[in-house]
Design a protein around this ligand. Structure first.
Ligand SMILES: *Cc1c(COP(=O)(O)O)cnc(C)c1O
Length: 403
């Protein structure tokens, strides 16, 4: 048995090595790329001494981002977690509430719910689409929710369920039509965690524009980076204005007076980060193309290998293929970790999915539905190096442009 697994791991390694044949070792999971106007725009910030909260790049970044992301409004923030915090507050999450959010996700949504004084309520994943298992969630809610005036109350905890967060996992969009219908049925506002999904869409609708609010991250490992940064997207003008106010210390607009009309947050993205963002946004179309090519190359390399699949975008969606995923089929205890070790030994820096929320100390006691899909998927997934520069064998990128 061990021999069979050893052969399988060596075969997987050989195929990964072929896809990444020209890339220098070690191959990181995802590298930032600066191939355009980054130097020019940063220089302008330095020359004008506009590196912080004053400067034109934030306004420009918000306008460019809204256009590229297909949203009416974009509000830039210091990071994606801050955007999630503000999004949850503005859709009405209050202390003592529960927030439905995926168990298989990065920790930011659960943390953001806690910042609001709410409790995460963990939901299961659809192992095919990586989005929420909507039929199972519907059955769960039908079982536990007491229809009560003005919202949705968890009969088992007596707490109000105030919102649903969906994740577009690894760039693959959740089925937003299905989710929208569920939200309408239960009267739940929808927040899209699209931190990984800029450029993805569901039946033609861009990710993060379907819910009342969506969020993006521009951390160093995302498809575009501003160093650190994030954004809240919405089509709701009053929510957009409230988000701007809440993320900029509640300051009252005035030519010279410094006054604040509420307790708020200093979540504003600095100008220097926004300058990077403006340059990065210009490169999104090219980056999406190369990511799609890399995904095709991984898929071709594993097409005829039994027991292993490369995760594809769902039929209803277009994914940005932020991270390619290898899924091991069947009951494979030990194989995932053996593969992670073998790839690391070979300088291919793969990673498992996030430890599910219900296994993290701060969230072990959170209310939850059956999470068998989450446990199953977590045991099977291995994320593969996916920098856009790895398309076509990972040949060295073109020289850095003149500065
Ligand atoms: C990166 C990420 C975030 C948070 O982004 P930061 O900018 O790092 O705060 C939130 N959710 C998911 C799914 C992410 O991948």
């Amino acid at each position: 048995m061990a021999d069979v697994r050893q052969v399988a791991i060596e075969e997987i390694l050989a195929r990964l090595s072929h896809v990444l044949r020209s890339a220098a070792r070690p191959v990181p999971l995802h590298e930032p790329e600066f191939g355009g106007n980054e130097w020019a725009y940063l220089r302008r910030c330095l020359d004008d001494r506009e590196v912080s909260s004053i400067g034109a790049f934030v306004t420009r970044f918000e306008a460019d981002l809204a256009r590229v992301a297909g949203a009416q409004y974009a509000i830039a923030t210091v990071n994606g977690t801050a955007a999630l915090h503000v999004a949850l507050m503005l859709v009405g999450v209050q202390p003592g509430d529960e927030v439905l959010l995926p168990a298989l996700s990065f920790v930011a949504a659960a943390d953001a719910a806690c910042y609001c004084g709410a409790t995460p309520h963990l939901i299961d994943v659809d192992v095919e689409t990586l989005g929420p298992d909507v039929p199972k969630l519907r059955a769960h809610l039908s079982r536990i929710v007491a229809p009560r005036h003005g919202g949705c109350v968890n009969r088992e905890t007596s707490r109000r369920i105030a919102a649903l967060v969906v994740l577009h996992a690894f760039g693959h969009p959740a089925d937003l039509d299905e989710v929208e219908e569920l939200c309408a049925h239960f009267g739940l506002p929808l927040v899209e965690d699209g931190a990984q999904a800029l450029g993805s869409s569901c039946r033609g609708r861009p990710a993060c524009t379907v819910g009342r609010a969506g969020i993006l991250s521009f951390n160093g490992n995302k498809i575009l980076t501003t160093g650190g940064g994030g954004a809240l997207l919405t089509n709701d003008s009053s929510l957009a204005h409230a988000a701007k106010h809440l993320t900029t210390t509640g300051r009252v607009p005035h030519p010279w007076a410094v006054a604040h009309d509420r307790v708020a947050y200093n979540y504003r993205l600095p100008n220097i980060n926004a300058a990077l963002g403006c340059a990065q946004l210009e490169q999104l179309p090219d980056r999406l193309q190369r990511k799609r090519r890399l995904a095709e190359q991984y898929q071709a390399a594993f097409a005829d290998l039994p027991g292993v699949t490369i995760v594809r975008e769902p039929a209803y969606a277009r994914s940005n293929y932020w991270l390619n995923l290898l899924a091991l089929e069947g009951d494979v205890p030990g194989v995932r970790d053996a593969l992670l070790s073998a790839t690391h030994d070979a300088g291919i820096l793969t990673r498992p999915a996030w430890d599910p929320m219900h296994r993290l100390a701060p969230f072990v006691d959170c209310p939850r539905m059956d999470l068998s899909g989450t446990d199953r998927l977590f045991a099977r997934l291995v994320a593969l190096p996916s920098s856009p520069a790895l398309a076509d064998g990972g040949a060295p990128a073109a020289a850095t442009p003149a500065r």
